[in-house]
Design a protein around this ligand. Structure first.
Ligand code: GYE
Length: 322
């Protein structure tokens, strides 16, 4: 039986036993904290660390008991964590799916156990939409569009060769940031996407991929990178090759870590598309609703902005906190 139904039943018994409204009210106040099982996908970037921090501190502030597991970039470990949350009969399961596919079996088990599921930060792809209650995170397609729109303005019709460093294959940010960018630059024949490699959202891989791309292509004018960690790696590879990032190669990145904003101010990055990791508070609000048996919106998106060399108030950007 659901926790909240037990509490109401208790209150009803007290009333029937002749207790007054005050005692019933007290029984309600003593409702135990909700138990939220949260599976984080890994440690790959400063964005991810800030996201974990946001979830943990929001749980504390909301009085939510958190069962937390970090899957260290392994889907099997996320599945294992979700199974243990089911075994513990948590009130709600939230998880940030490393990739979009492969969740149906374990989510069916959660559904059979009557535990609602919220996907945070990334989405899943399934034929059975009843396997999760909702999603909270960023609109990655919009982020890709914003990156493309910056480039159109920056290019001013010039012919430019673009390379893309994409995130983890089959992950929502990788798929949608790629899609939005292509959608935005479609029809702009001066903008040529000449290559794309996955750097798995990791800084060392960003550096390695950029080296390979520089060896492979005579002329690279633009780097569009799906996250700041890979961008930082790529920038060191460009500098090793004697190129000036921000001048010789236009750099467009996504996330908005402090390190990227600092490079934007120095002119070594041209555009930073913001992606907010601080979604903890909203995750708790949605989890509380789900635990109470209430409906939640199917999609809840963060509001985000773009920082670029076209802004005249770069010094006014508040410390990013990640
Ligand atoms: O952009 C990247 C992280 O899923 C939005 O994952 C997140 C992405 C973020 O590793 O830095």
């Amino acid at each position: 039986m659901k926790r909240c139904a037990i509490v109401w039943l208790l209150a009803l018994c007290l009333l029937l036993a002749g207790c007054g409204a005050q005692e019933a009210q007290e029984a309600r106040i003593e409702e135990p904290p909700i138990l939220l099982g949260f599976s984080q996908l890994g440690w790959e970037s400063a964005w991810r660390l800030a996201n974990t921090q946001s979830i943990k501190s929001a749980a504390d502030a909301a009085g939510v008991t958190l069962m937390y597991d970090n899957a260290e970039q392994k889907q099997e470990r996320q599945i294992k964590a979700i199974r243990s949350f089911i075994a513990y009969q948590v009130d709600v399961i939230a998880f940030s799916p490393i990739v979009e596919t492969g969740w149906d079996n374990v989510l069916q088990e959660a559904k059979d156990a009557g535990i609602p599921v919220l996907t945070t930060d990334r989405m899943i792809s399934t034929q059975d939409e009843s396997l999760y209650a909702g999603f909270i995170g960023s609109d990655f397609r919009q982020e890709g569009i914003a990156a493309g729109e910056f480039l159109i303005e920056k290019a001013q019709g010039r012919e430019l060769n673009i390379v893309e460093l994409s995130g983890t294959l089959d992950s929502t940010p990788m798929l949608h940031r790629a899609e939005g960018f292509r959608e935005a630059i479609a029809g702009h024949d001066n903008l040529k996407l000449i290559d794309s490699m996955s750097g798995d959202f990791l800084r060392p891989k960003g550096r390695e991929c950029m080296k390979v791309l520089l060896e492979k292509h005579d002329r690279i004018d633009v780097l569009y990178s799906h996250n700041d960690a890979m961008t930082l790696g790529a920038i060191s590879a460009l500098e090793d090759a004697g190129l000036v990032p921000g001048e010789d190669v236009i750099i467009i990145t996504v996330d908005g870590e402090q390190a990227a904003i600092d490079l934007l101010k120095e002119g070594r990055i041209n555009c930073v598309v913001e992606c907010k990791p601080q979604i903890g508070e909203t995750v708790m609000e949605l989890a509380e609703k789900l635990a109470a048996g209430e409906e939640i919106p199917r999609y809840t998106y963060s509001e985000e902005r773009v920082f670029s060399e076209f802004d005249d108030d770069l010094d006014a950007i508040a410390p990013r906190g990640y």
